[in-house]
Write a protein that binds this ligand. Structure first.
Ligand code: AFP
Length: 336
């Protein structure tokens, strides 16, 4: 059967966002405006990433980010591009970036808006120099503070409060996937047109899948329940067929593959990193919103990621995210 959107029409992200907005009578267009601005920033970053080997933009800067990690030049470019694309539209009251320690206020010269945004400008950036896909992740919440300007508490909200979340994968093509709580929709950037075109409306993820994405290098640091869980996924306890190991080391790339093909991405706690590595607000929470909208699940081992109330901007969380049954297996092993 023909899919009317895919086969008989060309739907740009702008058109799709407008059509989605029209379904909500009270919508003011502010959220749509933020999504357009993000799509523009994504095109600019994609353009830079594509030219990474040509221009003088590979390699590290002299600085470290808030996580103590060396900042790549493209990290800095992506961070500044997103801030500049979003700060002046009158739609946001605050921003938080994985690359910036403190909360980022909206400059006083611009109007304050009713939303706040958190983003990881270039996730997986240690992979850039070797031409491996990287991504951008974003999460949008409503302003909850009552003063005229945004406050930290606007950013420190549990994931179930998100009104939109998405990611951009700068891979063999540039793909933008987002949800506003009404399904998960995927767009591919046509580089000739400079437009994101709808390629997959209402993406769903399989109930169980074949891909296992985990860094086995930490095995000796894992707890026994985590080791036993991985034995199960690898089919070594004879209770399931072995999953295929796939680990890029760019969360967005691993997540996107598993969203489409099914399976699980795991970054458990280990003896050296009791909270794992991934950041709750910049990585886990937005992807948890997306995976749940696609029919999957995300937990920290015990708790639903979307129910965790953050206490700081850069807090980390262990993460098990992907197909519902595969995440349920993690819950069983880690709580028995
Ligand atoms: P970078 O942005 O520093 O490359 O970190 C990427 C990341 O946060 C996430 O994208 C990966 O899944 C994860 O780290 C990889 O971490 P390990 O190297 O510890 O497996």
């Amino acid at each position: 059967m023909l899919n009317p959107r895919r086969d008989t029409s060309v739907v740009t992200i702008e058109r799709f966002i407008i059509e989605q907005e029209e379904l909500i009578p009270e919508a003011t267009g502010a959220l749509s405006g933020i999504l357009y601005d993000l799509a523009l920033a994504a095109k600019m970053i994609a353009n830079k990433v594509r030219r990474a080997g040509l221009a003088d933009i590979l390699g590290a800067t002299e600085d470290q980010n808030v996580q103590g990690e060396v900042q790549q030049k493209l990290d800095v470019y992506a961070n500044e591009t997103i801030i500049k694309a979003l700060d002046h539209g009158g739609r946001l009251c605050a921003m938080g970036s994985e690359e910036v320690e403190e909360f980022i206020p909206i400059p006083k010269k611009f109007k304050q808006g009713k939303y706040a945004i958190l983003f990881d400008p270039l996730d997986g950036s240690s992979n850039i120099d070797v031409n491996i896909p990287v991504g951008t992740i974003f999460s949008i919440v409503r302003k909850i503070s009552t003063g005229p300007e945004g406050e930290l508490k606007d950013l420190l909200q549990p994931g179930y409060k998100q009104v939109a979340a998405g990611y951009v994968l700068y891979g063999s093509s540039t793909v933008l996937v987002y949800t506003t709580g009404a399904g998960v929709h995927g767009f591919t950037l046509d580089p000739m047109l400079g437009e994101f075109l709808l390629h997959n409306a209402n993406i769903t993820t399989p109930e169980t899948g074949k891909y296992l994405s985990v860094n086995n290098g930490y095995e000796q640091l894992w707890s026994d329940p985590v080791k036993n869980l991985m034995q199960r996924y690898r089919g070594l306890d004879g209770k399931r067929e072995a999953m295929n190991g796939r680990y890029v080391g760019s969360f967005v790339a691993d997540f996107h593959r598993n969203l489409c093909g099914g399976g699980i991405f795991a970054y458990p706690s280990n003896a050296k990193s009791p909270k794992g590595k991934l950041r709750l607000l910049y990585e886990a929470s937005p992807m948890a919103f997306i995976i749940e909208q696609a029919g999957g699940a995300a937990i920290d081992g015990t708790n639903r990621i979307l129910d965790i109330s953050p206490t700081s901007l850069h807090q980390r969380t262990p993460l098990f995210i992907g197909s519902k049954q595969d995440v349920e297996t993690a819950r069983e092993f880690l709580n028995s």
